[in-house]
Design a protein around this ligand. Sequence first.
Ligand code: BGC
Length: 755
Amino acid sequence: MKGNSVIYSLFLSTSLFLTNCEKTNEPVKNNKIENLLSQMTLDEKIGQLNQYSIGAELTGPGAKEGINKIKYDHLKNGKVGSVLNLLGAKNGRETQKFVVEESRLGIPLITSYDVIHGYKTMFPIPLGESASWDLELMESTAAVAAKEAAAAGIMWTFAPMLDISRDPRWGRVMEGAGEDTYLGTEIGKARIRGFQGNDLSDVATIAACAKHFAGYGFSEGGRDYNNVYLGKHQLLNTILPPFKAAAETGVATFMNAFNDIDGVPSTANEYLLKDLLKEEWAYDGAVVSDWGSIAELVPHGVAQDSAEAAQMAITAGSDIDMEGYTYIRNLKQLVESGAINESLIDDAVRRVLKLKEDLGLLDDPYKYFDEDREKEVLLNPTHLALSREAGRKSIVLLKNEGDLLPLKVKNIAVIGPLAKDKDSPIGNWRAQGEKGSAISLYEGLTEALPDVNFSYAQGCKLSIGANDFAHEVEIENSDRSGFKEAVEVAKKSELVIMNLGEPAYMSGEARSRSEIGLPGLQLVLLKEVYKVNKNIVLVLMNGRPLTLQWEAENIPAIVEAWHLGSMAGHAIADVLTGKYNPSGKLPMTFPRSVGQIPTYYNHKMTGRPSTEPGMVFYSHNMDIDNSPLFPFGFGLSYSTFEYSPIALSKEAINKGEKVTVSVTVKNTSDVDGEEVVQLYIRDVVGSITRPVKELKGFKKLMIKAGESAQVDFEIGEEDLAFYRKDFTFGTEPGDFEVFVGTNSTDVQTATFKLN
Ligand code: BGC
């Protein structure tokens, strides 16, 4: 130890205090940062822009030898500003102490991690949770994830993912809010509020990150890391609004995307990072690269070498280099040779220091490292209760013919490779969610229904071999030895619950699929069971929309249960038993087949829409209907709801005025139930082609059996505005259609005019 802690605390207390007293007219924050910046060498500045992935190597057995020598030296010499994957209060404290005491200025590290759907207590995967359409709920689960992560020494999460995507082949749809810009924007804001709370320096909150900026969800063919081709209108109207809203909500950081957009990689995209984000949107937070994405400018073929990649990225506005080694190796030389101006580096460093200050680290570098708090917070039982609540609200009832559900019979077979699987429901981005720690469906059911006689058969295996983040999933495709037992138990039962779907690591990063039906032998098994017992409730666990054409035609009851997290089995049992009346609605269209992709509700009309029967020369596939299998916004309940025609407060509005859209929704059943009432509009004629429908509002409400509720939506100019032909944002006068309904297809319709 060099005793730098003395310099550090002197610097933090005395020098800052004096500086602040002398310059009382300037905000304290700026003084602190400017003062610190003025003391930094160029090497130290560049160090703040360098991020490494490290574990407990500095503190565990074999400390110092365990860690890569370069990383060790860089940490020691103030050449690392933030780290990812360093977990636990003890490890964090010891690593922070090392950096603070060994480095010249003792600037504390920021710790970061992918806390996507929980830290220790696992919540539903984000796509699943988005099906709840419950913004308060999503804010609460993000807040609990933040609280647990912060207690374990994490200050910054790389979430929420705000990528809109219309391609379920892309495995990362599990990490987002689905296909819709409006819903994605609202959910993104809720998650950011949840993670960050009102005060980033509070040890129960963490900094959020709006990712991946931008266009990653449009990877060609749904293949992860692939190139993206987009028109600028689509970028502005469909992809960027959630990011703009995130910036306005005060998200602490942004992460750029791996992909290029029309030839320019996001990491080096001056238009996106500089012109739009930092200038037009006046964003003052830090932009982190994605893992190695600056170095990847070389294989992208736009930079000759790592030095050119660093130059392009810093010039464009990427502030932090995550595991790319390009800034630490090249920025100094680039400044010294005059290739880039040091002011670029100063700007990036200011953003990093601002985050450190907002997190409270400049006052207390150790505030996130409290082992007692860690013990107390992790796996607090109230967190598990919230996980169960989130789980059941995320479930979507897709079909319930003959009211098979809620369960009424006493003799039930539970069949399928996922039924006793305690791991898959934990999901892909599981942070510190323990392997095999979920309540399985079988456990949930047997606990909920002690008087029912359950029998069980696995039927077939699903994934074989390694089941983790770093390995390709291997699916069992040939072993049918379990079929016989499955058929036997099905024969003897009044009803069969089949639990099928994807294992946890079949969706997520690098998990693109070319076929998105039930993987392996599951559909064959389902058909065998169906031959002997048609009373089947199919419970699906998966991370993306699946193609379920045969299942939807033949199986009487289908329940979409995603990967629901720690309490999955209880949450599903709550729905199957009727303890909770399902209320989830799909945040993403389920296509009939892969060839139909992309299929999404808010598509354009085309010059040849499919309106007339018998027509040949229109936009369609000759072998499949254009309609989806299950549309966006779809989801059933044990209640039934009837919508009145729409009443409008006006037939025409002037700019600046609003029109109120009202419907009455009646619960025509004898069970209380929640309904998500959805509002869509269509701009009939625009300066550019416009979507056939766009979600503009929704309300989730409980309506008691036999009762009615009036739902009012206000539509004003901001709801009708878009990026027009000339790329300016605003409205255009003309006719608008308005739709209100229970999903994006079954709607009541009315029209009004904007003068
Ligand atoms: C992913 C990011 C993630 C980062 C850090 C990358 O591969 O694309 O979303 O935050 O790794 O783990």
